[in-house]
Design a protein around this ligand. Structure first.
Ligand SMILES: [Zn+2]
Length: 239
């Protein structure tokens, strides 16, 4: 099982570790700071290099395979089991993913508290994120109000903390698993990870977040699309 440093410390940008296995362009390490695609957050990119100035491989994709994290390079990886390596993130890109992910949780929390209706989907991209809203009679004015409320939460500077709960503890909290995949995950796992935006909201989550809402910055509306009565698709960016 790969030790997933990003779940405990999302600010770890670089670590030393050892090679477990290579398969063509793919590499498994004892531990990693690379986040694999999942939960609406894209994979990290960066590099993995041999300690003492050996080969350097660009990492272009990262996937989950059971309990392992698989790093994918653009060429065949010639490391051997036990080799000591440094894995290093493209931090600028990852930090934007963290800011956008926390932003999505804040918007979701505002919608959950103030509106009847759901957020039915979300996806983080490199410089923006989208959300799909299924809220009755959803208007641009409602969206503006959601953005204003979310911005207030950001500006208040709430700490954001990853915590682990048992399934029993988690099931007692209403609204902890708001999505169908979230509810299924809650059923499957013994220990669940939540992201607590202290004093505001918490949600089941496996992603990487900033430590304080102030780091999110300013929400900008990029696009508001009407995809039918049950789906308004909205894209946000941050400055
Ligand atoms: Zn999330």
């Amino acid at each position: 099982m790969t030790e997933k440093i990003y779940l405990k410390n999302s600010y770890a940008k670089e670590i030393e570790t050892s090679v477990v296995e290579t398969r063509g362009n793919s590499l498994i390490l004892e531990k990693t700071v690379f986040y694999p695609t999942g939960g609406g957050q894209p994979a990290d990119t960066g590099s993995i290099s041999q300690i003492n100035g050996g080969e350097v491989y660009n990492i272009i994709d990262v996937k989950k395979d059971g309990d392992e994290v698989v790093h994918v390079s653009d060429r065949e990886i010639m490391f051997s089991k036990g080799d000591k390596v440094v894995c290093k993130l493209n931090w600028e890109k990852r930090y934007m993913h963290m800011r956008l992910h926390t932003m999505l949780h804040i918007i979701d929390g505002v919608v959950f508290k103030k509106y009847s209706g759901d957020i039915t989907g979300g996806q983080i991209y490199d410089n923006s994120a989208r959300m799909d809203f299924d809220i009755p009679n959803f208007t641009r004015e409602m969206l503006d109000s959601i953005i204003r409320d979310s911005q207030s939460i950001i500006d208040e500077g709430h700490n954001v903390v990853a915590k682990e709960l048992t399934k029993e503890e988690a099931s007692k909290i209403s609204g902890i698993a708001r999505t169908v995949p979230g509810a299924q995950l809650l059923e499957k796992l013994d220990v669940v990870r939540i992201i607590d935006i202290e004093g505001f909201d918490f949600q089941l989550d496996g992603g990487t977040h900033v430590a304080n809402t102030k780091e999110v910055g300013k929400i900008n509306l990029v696009k508001f699309e009407n995809k039918g009565s049950h789906n308004k698709r909205v894209e946000f960016s941050l400055s």
